[in-house]
Design a protein around this ligand. Structure first.
Ligand code: MG
Length: 289
């Protein structure tokens, strides 16, 4: 008998900083829309919600008050769901990017190095990375490391070895390696190429061991193939309108939930159950809801 397949954690990235209503009217912009969209994605099987906030006209912001309202609504409508707030650099500059960390969400994203984006440099200088990691440590927030380059895995490893990463809430298994996400298909960064994916996995295993959980995200039309690669390889998967607004070439995705359902179907075809929020918390070493 084969061992039972390990559950796959599905993360839904609901909004991001880039897509607009003009790209897909289903992109949730206001906090009320974000809460509704998250609830539907939660009911479809997402255990983690990755959040950015916008002003009502759609402009990216890092406003902690908006993040606080969003967290309240998600806690009310999606019991146990893991909330991950973005500290990404498209929503603010410098330490403004970490102004929501004191809200103590379960997780925040953390970019650990710089790279090119389609039309700009994605700047993550070491002093800012250290400050963001220190804020997460101070507030007991677990980071998800965003890997836009192979070198980012080594930078994450150095931070971890130096004890700068709060890998899990204080007192629980302090040696746990950080949760890393490979981001594939951003123009001018890592392509959604199978060799790149395999190289990242090999490097991740080399640095953090075979048991360390990891996730992958594909941008645009690459979302579906990267979902397939990650789920088939035993990793976790991210979907959602932040990364991709289409179901296929001809159709816009009608909702975040539709993309989550697509990922649950892939998991079913590949024989992996979808992790409940409490299973996902156990896998990631997060505090119980
Ligand atoms: Mg993001």
């Amino acid at each position: 008998m084969n061992a039972p397949a390990s559950p796959v954690i599905l993360c839904v990235a609901i909004t991001g900083s880039v897509p607009r209503k003009s790209d897909n009217p289903a992109v949730p912009i206001t906090v009320a829309e974000q809460i509704d969209s998250t609830q539907a994605a939660f009911e479809a099987g997402a255990a983690i919600v990755h959040c950015h906030v916008r002003t009502d006209d759609g402009t990216p912001t890092s406003d902690p008050n908006r993040f606080a309202r969003l967290m309240e609504g998600i806690a009310r409508h999606c019991p146990g769901m893991i909330v991950q707030l973005s500290t990404g650099g498209r929503s603010g500059a410098g330490r403004e990017r970490g102004g929501m960390i004191p809200l103590r969400p379960d997780m925040c994203s953390l970019a650990v190095g710089s790279n090119n984006f389609p039309t700009r440099v994605y700047e993550n200088p070491p002093d800012l990375v250290h400050w963001l990691a220190g804020e997460m440590t101070a507030h007991g927030v677990v980071p998800e490391i965003e890997c836009f380059d192979l070198s980012h895995l080594w930078q994450a490893h150095a931070l971890w070895r130096e004890g700068r990463l709060p890998t899990t809430p204080a007192g629980i298994d302090a040696g746990r390696p950080p949760y890393c996400q490979f981001v594939l298909g951003v123009r001018n960064a890592l392509p959604a190429d199978r060799h790149v994916f395999d190289s990242l996995r090999a490097a991740h295993r080399h640095l953090f061991g075979a048991q360390a959980p990891w996730c992958a995200a594909g941008i645009g039309r690459h979302q579906i193939e990267v979902n397939e690669w990650a789920i088939a390889a035993g990793g976790h998967a991210r979907t959602g309108l932040e990364d991709n607004v289409r179901l296929d070439r001809d159709r816009l995705a009608p909702s975040n939930a539709s993309l989550v359902l697509r990922a649950t179907r892939i998991a079913g075809q590949l024989g992996r159950p979808v992790a409940s929020p409490s299973q996902a918390r156990a896998i990631l070493g997060l505090r119980p809801a």
